[in-house]
Design a protein around this ligand. Sequence first.
Ligand code: HEM
Length: 217
Amino acid sequence: MLLGFVVLHLLGNLQFFAGPHVINEYGSKLRHLPFGLLWVMRAGLFFVAVMHIVTTIMLVKANRAAKGQGYAFKASVQSKVATRLMALSGIVLLSYIVFHILHFTTHNVDARYSNWMDGEDHDVYRMLVAGFSNVAISVFYIVAMLLLAMHLSHGAASLFQTLGLRTRKLACCLGCTAQLLAWVLCAGYISIPVAVLAGQYDTAYIASKGVVPAPAK
Ligand code: HEM
C-alpha cells in the first residue's frame, strides 16, 4: 500500500509540468472528495505507515532473539548498500515525511501558503515554486528522494519474498524490476525541485500572483 501511494502521489505531482491550473484543480478535487474519502485515505495511510514501523521493530527483535548473541564477525560484505542502509534510510524518510507534511499540508513551514488561491482552488503550483526556490529545502528533498530509491529498491524486492512469490527463476528479474521502479520514481520526484531550481516553471503565472520567489542560488 505504501508503494502504491508513492506511485500515485508521483503521478499526481507530475501534473506540475502540465501547468498551474491543472495541478491546482487536481489538488482541489482531492481535498473535496465526497464522503470524507480524503480522511479515510489519510487514516489508512497513517495506519499502514505505523504498521510498517511496528512490524519492522518486531522483525529486528525476533532476528536478534534467534541469533542469541551478536555475530563475532560481521560477514555483511556481500549485502548490498541499500540493504545495509534500510534502518538509516527508513529513519531519514520518516523525518522527511514529518517535515513534508508540515511544509505542504499544514503549512507550518511557511504560513503564507494557506492564503494563496487560484480562483476557488488552493494554489498548489505557487506553493511548490516558492517551496523549492529555497535551495536548502530542495537539497533536503533530493537527498530524501535518493534514500527513498535505495529503501524501495530493497523493499520492493522483499515484498515478493514476504508474499512467497520470489522463486529462484524470478529472483533476478524481481531484483532488476524493483531497482528500475525505485530509480524511475526517484527521477520523477526529483524532477520537480530540479525544474524549479532551473527556473523551468510558468514565470508569467508566478509574476501575475505578485510574489516572485527568490531566484535559485
Ligand atoms: C518532490 C517530491 C514531492 C512533492 C512535490 C510532493 C507534494 C506534495 C503536496 C503538494 C502535498 C500536499 C497535498 C495537500 O494537502 O494539498 C503532499 C502531501 C503529502 N506527501 Fe508529498 N510530495 C513529494 C514527495 C513525497 C514523497 C516521496 C512521499 C512519501 C514517501 C510523500 C508523502 C506525502 C504525504 C504522506 C502527504 C500528506 C498527504 C495528505 O495530506 O493527505 N510526498 N505532497
